[in-house]
Design a protein around this ligand. Structure first.
Ligand code: FCA
Length: 339
């Protein structure tokens, strides 16, 4: 009986979900190809973010090399994701890679994909089931979030030591987004590494946000600064470059000097690179450069083999990152073939 009720709720939810998508999508196809060519969708939660544009670019390149078409779709919210999936079905796509706007949409996304016989791979943000567990049957490629966060923490600690700052004068502003597991793992990693190195837990202050967004990070940090006016030097961590940049800008606006702020982002995307290129002082120290190439390229390649040869992708793939700063970013970007 209980099972039936759950089933009815799920089916009802899926129908409402699919109906919400009747408006159609806004595809940006990567060129016209011969009939019979495999088409793969690539849905991203924040198309305006440089990280996702990089992923798209590498996915396109791999498609062009291997002879399949990548269709870009925007999925900023549940309705848009649903429209995107419907649009992909109309275009004849056999599967899609997705970074969803909310990982809890996982079951609805999978159910809708199944109605069209499409395969799903999650990238960056792992889709979850009803209890927050990784969604079964959906391969995932993401970052080693905890380790990358630890690398941020280690870098912040090194900078704190290099500047001779004491724990009494210094605090960590951790811009947290704890509803998203990959974001929580990143900031937890940074906090753990700093505390393990010697920063007292009492010097860790969280500025919570509810989406990866520079504006939100800016507001949350401004509020935090108001609560802790006595802190002389700030360390900053967050889930990515945009978020850390939002915090850095909030500190600048409060009149903190660049020399009293060390922010380390994650992604190594345009937001970070533009800041590293800027002449003069800024509190944005560096970033952990991730491999957008692996994320964009490997996911579509895995999908292509899955569709074409029936080769099931590895269920869980994690990628690593390297620290970039003003001194090494040009060299590292060149080595990695970015920009
Ligand atoms: C998340 C973030 C992106 C990037 C990616 C690997 O989706 O929103 O900025 O860090 O993970």
């Amino acid at each position: 009986m209980r099972m039936m009720a759950i089933l009815a709720a799920v089916v009802g939810g899926v129908m409402a979900w699919a109906m919400a998508g009747c408006g159609g999508g806004d595809a940006g196809s990567a060129g016209t190809q011969a009939a019979g060519t495999v088409k793969i969708g690539f849905i991203v939660k924040q198309p305006e973010e440089p990280w996702f544009q990089r992923e798209w670019r590498f996915a396109d390149e791999t498609g062009a090399k291997q002879g399949f078409t990548v269709i870009h779709e925007q999925g900023q919210d549940g309705e848009k994701v649903s429209s995107a999936i419907q649009n992909l079905a109309t275009e004849g796509a056999k599967g899609f890679v997705i970074c969803a706007p909310d990982v809890k949409l996982g079951p609805a996304i999978l159910a809708q994909a199944k109605t069209y016989g499409m395969k799903v791979i999650a990238v960056d943000d792992q889709l979850v089931g009803p209890k927050g567990e990784p969604l079964a049957g959906v391969p995932y490629l993401g970052i080693e979030a905890k380790k990358i966060g630890e690398l941020v923490g280690k870098t912040l600690w090194e900078q704190m030591q290099a500047r001779g700052w004491t724990a009494a004068d210094t605090a960590l502003c951790a811009v947290t987004y704890e509803e998203l597991p990959t974001a929580k793992d990143r900031t937890d990693g940074a906090i753990d590494a700093l505390v393990a190195a010697g920063l007292p837990q009492g010097r860790v202050f969280k500025a919570p946000i509810s989406r990866s967004d520079q504006e939100q990070a800016n507001t949350a940090t401004t509020n935090l600064l108001t609560q802790h006016p006595g802190v002389k030097h700030w360390l900053i961590c967050g889930m990515n470059d945009s978020v850390v940049m939002g915090a850095v800008r909030a500190m600048e606006a409060k009149g903190l000097k660049a020399g009293d702020v060390v922010g380390v982002g994650i992604n190594g995307d345009k937001v970070a690179i533009d800041e590293l290129k800027r002449p003069g002082e800024t509190g944005f120290f560096g970033s952990v450069l991730l491999s957008a190439r692996q994320h964009g390229s490997d996911t579509v390649e895995m999908m292509y083999k899955w569709i074409k040869e029936g080769t099931e992708p590895k269920m869980d793939t994690r990628t690593s990152g390297v620290v970039i700063n003003r001194a090494n970013y040009q060299q590292v970007l060149k080595e990695q073939g970015v920009e």
